[in-house]
Design a protein around this ligand. Structure first.
Ligand code: SF4
Ligand code: SF4
Length: 293
């Protein structure tokens, strides 16, 4: 990006100039108040839910295996590590359901966990490419942590048509992450919230397809994995299925529900350690004991 007047460039959607800091702070403070009010049960009952999952965007968590163990990972790949991979058959079903429903995807993001660790990554990409052949402007993206020799070797062999989003992580401390494991259900502030309101992630990232099925967002699928409920829809839901039942289940546990919308990292406290509220402590303990049974 070109420099303007020798100053640092900035992106309006993710950042703002320093001189607007106070204004931005006030704006996001007001947004937080509106969010709280908007998700209260009577308000939701009166005017409906705040967010709805986009029906032309999807994130596919192809594995929960990861070679990093980041604090506050919103797929629990660090807190409840396992090597669950999505089956190739699930991807084939997704492609076939998309074609038969005439779904016009704008963006498909392949992630996890660390997606390059899936043993059938190239077969998965070949299946997804069938959709791009029908719809050339579809963007298929792979989101990787770019960490370690094995991951980087796979990255170097990926096809040219694939867009690669490489976060180039170096260790498990991710100061700009949100406190995923601070469950809203543990906070008095959300005592009267209706969790089926979801959050902005469902709108901006779209549906989630995970090894457990389809969810209103991939984060919800990751929560369902550790709860071991297997509540996801088993085939691609129709556009009019808002999956509110799955939001109600997951969003009360998801730290992302607290803000509800994007807040620039400059306005959020840095998070240097794992933060876990009581409900999540119990969920991970139960997950661990189920695994050892
Ligand atoms: S790299 Fe991503 S998936 Fe892996 S532990 Fe970190 S945040 Fe989770
Ligand atoms: S609050 Fe969490 S689980 Fe609910 S829609 Fe947002 S990201 Fe998904």
């Amino acid at each position: 990006m070109a420099l303007i007047n020798n100053k640092e460039p900035f992106t309006y959607s993710h950042d703002f100039p320093k001189k607007w800091f106070r204004l931005a702070k006030l704006w996001f403070h007001l947004k937080a108040l509106w969010r709280w009010f908007r998700v209260q049960k009577p308000v939701t009952k009166l005017i409906g839910c705040q967010y709805q999952a986009a029906d032309d965007l999807i994130e596919i968590d192809i594995t929960y295996q990861c070679n990093l163990k980041c604090n506050n990972c919103n797929r629990s790949s660090a807190q409840a590590p396992d090597k669950t991979h999505i089956g190739l058959g699930d991807i084939t079903h997704f492609v076939e359901d998309s074609l038969s429903q005439g779904r016009c995807w704008r963006k498909i993001r392949v992630l996890g966990g660390e997606p390059t660790l899936h043993p059938q990554l190239s077969e998965i990409l070949a299946e997804l490419y069938r959709l791009k052949q029908v719809q050339p402007d579809l963007s298929i993206q792979l989101v990787t942590n770019g960490y370690g020799r094995r991951v980087n070797k796979v990255i170097s062999e990926l096809p040219e048509w694939l867009y690669i989003e490489n976060s180039a992580k170096l260790d498990s401390v991710q100061p700009d992450f949100g406190p995923f494991n601070l469950a809203p259900v543990d906070s008095w502030y959300h005592r009267f919230s209706d969790f089926s309101n979801g959050c902005d992630i469902a709108r901006t990232c779209g549906l989630g397809l995970t090894p457990q099925g389809y969810y209103p967002c991939a984060v919800a699928g990751g929560i369902d994995r550790v709860l071991n409920q297997k509540n996801g829809r088993q085939r691609l839901p129709a556009c009019d299925d808002e999956m509110r039942d799955l939001m109600k289940n997951a969003c009360g546990l998801c730290g992302r529900f607290r803000d509800g919308h994007y807040v620039p990292p400059k306005l959020r406290p840095k998070i240097l350690v794992q933060r876990t509220s009581n409900t999540w402590v119990n969920i991970y303990q139960e997950w661990e004991s189920d695994r050892n049974r």
